[in-house]
Design a protein around this ligand. Sequence first.
Ligand SMILES: C[S@@+](CC[C@H](N)C(=O)[O-])C[C@H]1O[C@@H](n2cnc3c(N)ncnc32)[C@H](O)[C@@H]1O
Length: 265
Amino acid sequence: MRRLSTPLSPFTMSQPMPLEETIQENHEENHAENQETYHLQSINSTILIRQLPSEGLSFQLWPAANTLVTLLDHHRHHDTNPLSSFLNTNHRLRLLELGSGTGLVGIAAAALFGASVTVTDLPHVLPNLQFNVDANAGILELHGGAVNVAALSWGDVQHMEALGREYDVILGSDVVYHDHLYEPLLQTLRFFLLGSEKEVVFLMAHLKRWKKESAFFKKAKKVFHVEVMHTDTPCNGSRVGVAVYKFVRKGGEKLNSMLSQSKLM
Ligand SMILES: C[S@@+](CC[C@H](N)C(=O)[O-])C[C@H]1O[C@@H](n2cnc3c(N)ncnc32)[C@H](O)[C@@H]1O
């Protein structure tokens, strides 16, 4: 886990660091378990996350996840603008996370805001995701958070329809990487952001790695306003730091009818 640098405007905040890390060799299943704990300052609580690095990228924590959790924790502490415009609701916050991986972001968000969160990923990732949700059941209960684990393969209409559209905010960290996933991810965003009665925000933490990623943003900007909300100072010799983007649909009107048009789906 890399150490995060001091972020740039609009936020100044201290970064949560893993408090401890233990590597446990599981010889029977021939994989290493790596358990990390994260302290959420605003609620003085610690979250435990199991990674299974040998199982693949879906079982590891990515730097953008840490940045997004830090941003949410800081907001919870200081009620920062402009996050308050969509995180402060007069009902229980309903969040959906895409490509949750180990689940740190969704579990932390549920605890921080006492929110109802659905964490999602490809079916084979769900057992570890559920393990991490269960490992944090006590913290979630203490803070009134609830986390549901569900399959969502981006662009899978059956999965998306099963989840419904009753969300205030969609979360994602490090979900833009392979170019063949750009279109399914955009299709998923169009489903949840364009198909809702109300304005739904997609809050995405992203570390730019390749020039080709600009194709994702170019396509996204055809239907969404995309705004940078936060940027980390680059560290470890990188030229860029993790950025957090806010996506909202263009135009205030309900765009349900557009979903059926081939241009959008
Ligand atoms: C780079 S990892 C990031 C994981 C986690 N969000 C984090 O920041 O630690 C990308 C995640 O997207 C998921 N993913 C990849 N392709 C997907 C797809 N087609 N549908 C849904 N999730 C997908 C992966 O399983 C993985 O958990």
